[in-house]
Design a protein around this ligand. Sequence first.
Ligand SMILES: Cc1cc2nc3c(=O)[nH]c(=O)nc-3n(C[C@H](O)[C@H](O)[C@H](O)COP(=O)(O)O)c2cc1C
Length: 231
Amino acid sequence: MILDVYEAVKSRRAVRGFTDRHVPREALERVLSAAAWSPSGSNLQPWHAYVLTGAPLAELKKRALERVAAGDPGDEREYETYPPALKSPYRERRFAFGKERYGELGISREDWAARQRAAAANWDCFGAPAALFCYIDRDLGRPQWADVGMYLQTVMLLLRAEGLHSCPQMAWSVYRRTVAEVLSPPDGLILFCGMSIGFEDVTVGYARTGRAPLEETVTFVEGAALRSHAA
Ligand SMILES: Cc1cc2nc3c(=O)[nH]c(=O)nc-3n(C[C@H](O)[C@H](O)[C@H](O)COP(=O)(O)O)c2cc1C
């Protein structure tokens, strides 16, 4: 399917309900071959992607969900998903997202148990029959993490061209040791995130997440040319 770039960007969203329809291996190969053309500083290509389907993915979900059911708080974190004291305006945006997300599920802010149950769907990949896990070398720095982000967005946009949807998930870093048991990545890699991949279950409702107005996040600097002090 040829998809206008704007359409791909606008139709991508974090989908949290998938059908069990098989995701063709050829589609994933097309997407990942094209995504390899993502930019990276000095062409380091710092992403290490693992794609899971079938029995290995079922086994991973099973093991992770067993940990969830046992109330296991997860493995020690290898990176901080958010700063402990999130400042404005990020704090407000995070709060608004939580309100939107749990509001659409009919879960109140105080209902911690229901929120936990909803969060648990992460480790079932929201029902998706395919998933990607993206690692980065422990020795690489912030610019390379940004490269990995560009790569993942490229993957997600290309998935749209295949009629597929996705949900990127830092939640998988919580049970990273279980992911490693199944994938056996080489030492020295950090799991950045997982990504559920599949065909959307359109019977699952959703509220489209909003975005800050352009002027909050973009500054245009334009007009007459700057005069140098010497002039
Ligand atoms: C790096 C990254 C990690 C994310 N982790 C999770 C996650 O663990 N679980 C989840 O449900 N959504 C996760 N999301 C999805 C975000 O909540 C979502 O992208 C954001 O709220 C904007 O909504 P939209 O993608 O639907 O436009 C993640 C997104 C990114 C980019």
